[in-house]
Each structure stands twice: as C-alpha cells, then as structure tokens.
Design a protein around this ligand. Structure first.
Ligand SMILES: [Zn+2]
Ligand SMILES: [Zn+2]
Length: 343
C-alpha cells in the first residue's frame, strides 16, 4: 500500500510502498478515505512534542471504510463507514474507569502520533473498541475531522469548561479546533466571541454569525471584549493556540471566576500572576484531546443539522508535503484534509 513516511525529522515525507497491515485479534483494518492534518504533525516534523520512533506514518484524523476485521471482532463488517478514537487506552486504570481516558496511566500510544502508524496511507488498523460508525450522510472529509478537531472541542467544552447555556465564550484561534469549539459552544447555547490574527478568518467567522475581532495582545481588544459582554468579560476562554500572548489576552478577557481552557500549545511559557487568580478566583485548566465518550458526542455534533463543515482544502496523498506547507503558512481557512481513496 502507499504511505507517506517520515524518515527523518525536518525532512519531507516520502511516499513509500509498505506491506498492508494485518488486523490482529480485536483489530479492524480500515481503508482510508480522508485524513485531516493538524499542528501536531508540524510539531512532530520539527522534532518536538511527541517523538515517534522513525520511520513513522503520521495521520491521526482519519475516516474510512472497514476493509477486514480480525478475530473476535463483533459489531463491524467490511463496508462499514467508520471513524476512530485515536487513544490506545488500557481500560482499567483509575482514569480510564472514570471517563478521563486521555490521561490513561498505561497509554499504549496514539494513532498516527505515537507507537501506532496512522492514516497517511491507503490503510490503517485500529482496535475495534476505539472505532465508531459514521452516519451515512456525513462525508468522509467531515467524518475525518471528528477524530481530532471535533473531539478536542467536545472534550474541552463538556469535560473541562463545564459550559452553561447563556455563558459568554471567547475562542482564540480559528483553525480546525477553534472552528469546532465555536460551533460546539453555539450549539450548547453560549454567546460566542472569536478572535484570530487573520483578517480573512475573522471575516469568515462574522459570516457564520459570530462576533469576531482581530487578535492583538492589547488593552484595546480586552476593552472591546468587555464592551461586548456588558462590561463583565467572558465566562470561558478556549485558547486554541497556547502562546504567551494568547494566554495573557485570554486571562484579561475573563470575568470574575472565569475559566481559561488551554487546548493548543506552543513552546512558549506565560508568567503567572497569582494576584489575579486569587483575587478574581480565576481558573486555568488544560484539555487533552478526548476519549470515547467525546467521540460519540463529536459524531452527534457533526451529524447534526447545525454543523457547518470546517474543511477548507483538499490534497491527494501524493501532495501531502504541499498540504503541510499550507498548514504551516497559516493561510488555510479551515481544516486541510488529505483525500486518500475517492473511489
Ligand atoms: Zn491533532
Ligand atoms: Zn488506562
């Protein structure tokens, strides 16, 4: 089968011919239809964050069709349309047993990120316990972004932000995750303000009916946010970028007892001002992707009538390096998706 292989950090991926993966007991072999690309891929390529053993096949945001099932697999058959949860969890530790699967003590890897080859290939395999059916009316491209972008958004929103209807929300960064958070928060009954450094993305968000501002780490933007929220600030900030500037702006935007949820990350740090946290009882929490419950919620959101596709660009597998370059440029208006098999 064809696969885009990472042989060396900092080097372009190479399309190689690899043997077909064989589904073992409990595993399902999936023919890849589409796979989203994500900033985590750029981090891996740059050699920081997750460090899979090389050579490695990335691709952690796929959807496809079941090709074959291993022994003992029930509930899936060839031809089924599917999307995975990408975390290889143990199912037994205290975190797995309490619906906090991405914190699994015995994490066995992440599809396309760590230990397990991903879906920048004609086929990928995954344990059946991590696989979910995709409704017939959800396209493979929209189904692909569920595995990472939308799962991230649902986990941050439901498990970490504990959002209530009527809350004011600020979404910082309008990439794939930000656009998913924005829609999830609206569907949950929140008022949403979005900010981004890209004028085009801000305009696009306004067309989606959201109050959107151009990002700047400035008092002016903080005041605009306060004015929009009746002088109070927002209940929840979702920082989908995670730089010193965005965290600082996020904290400035919070109302008393507000909560900053950090989803995205960079290598930057932020000097913490304990005075602000204690005086205004602010909360800063992190959010890591999502478990199987979040995958179910994400599929429901994408299959719902309100969902607007976040996919902006398509590339065939052979042009994956161009797709990664577009992501790095910051010019894509939404998620970039690799189409692997359109037949
Ligand atoms: Zn990702
Ligand atoms: Zn576990």
């Amino acid at each position: 089968m064809r696969a885009a292989v990472l042989h060396k950090i900092g080097q372009p991926l190479v399309i190689d011919d690899l043997p077909m993966p064989e589904p073992g007991p409990g595993e399902v072999l999936v023919r890849t239809k589409a796979c989203g690309i994500c900033a985590t891929d750029l981090h891996i390529l740059a050699g920081w964050g997750y460090q899979p053993r090389l050579p490695f096949v990335m691709g952690h945001e796929p959807a496809g069709v079941v090709h074959a099932v291993g022994a003992c697999v029930t509930g899936f058959a060839p031809g089924d349309r599917v999307a995975p949860n990408i975390f290889y969890t143990c199912g037994n530790c205290r975190y797995c047993r309490t619906n906090r699967e991405t914190l699994c003590t015995n994490l066995g890897g992440i599809l396309g990120v760590l230990e397990h080859h991903g879906a920048y290939a004609d086929y990928f395999k995954v344990p059946a316990r991590q696989l979910f059916h995709l409704p017939a009316h959800v396209s493979f491209a929209d189904g692909a972004v569920i595995a990472d972008a939308v799962v991230c958004a649902m986990h941050a929103l439901k498990q970490r932000a504990r959002l209530y209807p009527g809350d004011w929300v600020l979404v910082i960064g309008l990439g794939g995750v930000g656009l998913s958070v924005l829609q999830a928060a609206r569907a949950a009954g929140a008022h949403v303000i979005a900010i981004d450094i890209s004028e085009v993305k801000v305009t696009q968000a306004r067309q989606m009916g959201v109050t959107a501002l151009l990002f700047a780490d400035s008092q002016e933007v903080a005041e605009q946010i306060r004015a929009t929220t009746g002088g109070e600030g927002v209940d929840v900030v979702f920082d989908c970028h995670g730089s010193e500037q965005t965290i600082a702006q996020g904290v400035k935007a919070l109302r008393k007892n507000g909560r900053l949820v950090i989803i995205g990350y960079t290598q930057e740090t932020w000097p913490l001002a304990p005075q602000w946290l204690s005086r205004f009882e602010l909360e800063i929490v992190g959010s890591r992707s999502g478990g199987r419950q979040d995958t179910v919620d994400a599929i429901d959101l994408v299959a719902g009538k309100q969902w607007q596709s976040i996919v902006s660009d398509f590339f065939p597998l052979e042009q994956i390096n161009d797709a990664l370059a577009l992501l790095k440029s910051g010019k894509a208006l939404g998620r970039i998706v690799i189409t692997v098999d359109e037949g």
